[in-house]
Design a protein around this ligand. Structure first.
Ligand SMILES: C[S@@+](CC[C@H](N)C(=O)[O-])C[C@H]1O[C@@H](n2cnc3c(N)ncnc32)[C@H](O)[C@@H]1O
Length: 305
């Protein structure tokens, strides 16, 4: 006869304060070997975020919040959420239905990948340096928009620009529409169901930006459950990861102003891109953590090929 599995949550009833529950949650994360990186990079930060959100407490709460006594109802609510996170491996952002990129809040659910892009750093700090100061940025494209998060960051940064955002997933575009509405950007951010630029009306852009699917298919097959919970088409870039990037670069040369740029987040594909697109003179943008996985191409080089 097989023995019943020990209940990982047996100690939960003894956690009478938020701080005690936080310590308990950290142990749960370690024992279940949960994957991180979607909402926070460590168990402490993610568990604290989930506790504060579940109990409707401010994310800005100071350390005194750890002393907060939990009622029986509070503890039941918290345990229900962490059971889903730990036993079903549901990503934290799908439990709270929200994701933060810097100070910007986005609605998310299982129809979209959870926003976590290097463009949060690149858009405000680096793009302007590659654009002629005398030219106003009037048209921008976000290819593979998912939740619409980067299209919205672009619209906030280029306050006079129209942003065309496309995605092949109709389900993702439903979420993007919610976010465009919530950010009151419907007049400037337009959404298109399109395989890269195939169905986007002809236009010449100052900036084309994309965080496309770029994982090689075999890596996607081996992802942790938290990442498999996201839409596969948000990750899968084909056999070598480059399928969408190739198509985007082919199409971009007819879609750019002469002074325009294309910027693409490419994960671990730097060597492959340097090899295959050497003639286009890829320029690598430095990011604070040293990942340097955002590549920039100038229209003049793309249009020469
Ligand atoms: C890595 S996610 C990026 C989403 C969003 N831009 C972000 O940074 O959170 C890639 C997105 O590309 C979309 N996608 C996949 N193949 C596509 C294609 N051929 N054309 C347009 N979008 C595509 C997926 O549906 C997914 O939403």
């Amino acid at each position: 006869m097989s023995r019943p599995k020990p209940d990982r949550f047996a100690g939960a009833a003894r956690c009478s304060t938020l701080g005690a529950w936080l310590r308990f949650a950290e142990k749960l994360y370690a024992s279940a070997d949960l994957a991180l990186g979607q909402v926070a990079t460590n168990a402490h930060d993610e568990a604290l975020y989930l506790l504060l959100r579940t109990l409707d407490l401010s994310l800005e709460s100071d350390a005194r919040v750890l002393q907060k006594k939990l009622s029986v109802a509070d503890r039941e609510k918290v345990e229900a959420v962490f059971r889903r996170r730990v036993l079903e491996r549901v990503p934290a952002a799908y439990l709270t239905r929200e994701a933060w990129l810097g100070k910007h809040l986005f609605y998310v659910d299982e129809r979209v990948i959870i926003p976590r892009s290097y463009f949060l750093e690149v858009i405000p700090q680096q793009l302007d340096a590659w654009l002629p100061a005398e030219k106003k940025v009037r048209r921008v494209a976000d290819v593979c928009t998912g939740s619409g998060c980067l299209a919205i960051l672009l619209a906030h940064h280029f306050a006079a620009a129209r942003v065309d955002a496309c995605d092949l997933s109709a389900a993702a575009l439903e979420v993007a529409a919610i976010n465009v509405r919530e950010h009151a950007l419907g007049a400037r951010v337009k959404l298109f169901a399109s395989d890269v630029f195939d169905a986007v009306p002809a236009a010449k852009y100052d900036v084309i930006l994309s965080n496309p699917p770029y994982e090689p298919s075999a890596l996607v097959d081996a992802q942790a459950p938290e990442f498999s919970a996201e839409p596969r088409m948000a990750h899968d870039g084909g056999v070598d990861g480059l399928a969408i990037i190739r198509k985007l670069l082919r199409q971009a040369c007819t879609r750019l102003q002469p002074h325009g740029i294309v910027v693409i987040e490419v994960g671990g594909l730097r060597a492959a891109i340097d090899r295959e697109f050497a003639a286009l003179e890829p320029l690598w943008l430095h990011t604070e953590d040293g990942a340097d996985c955002v590549v920039l191409f100038q229209a003049a080089r793309l249009q020469r090929r």
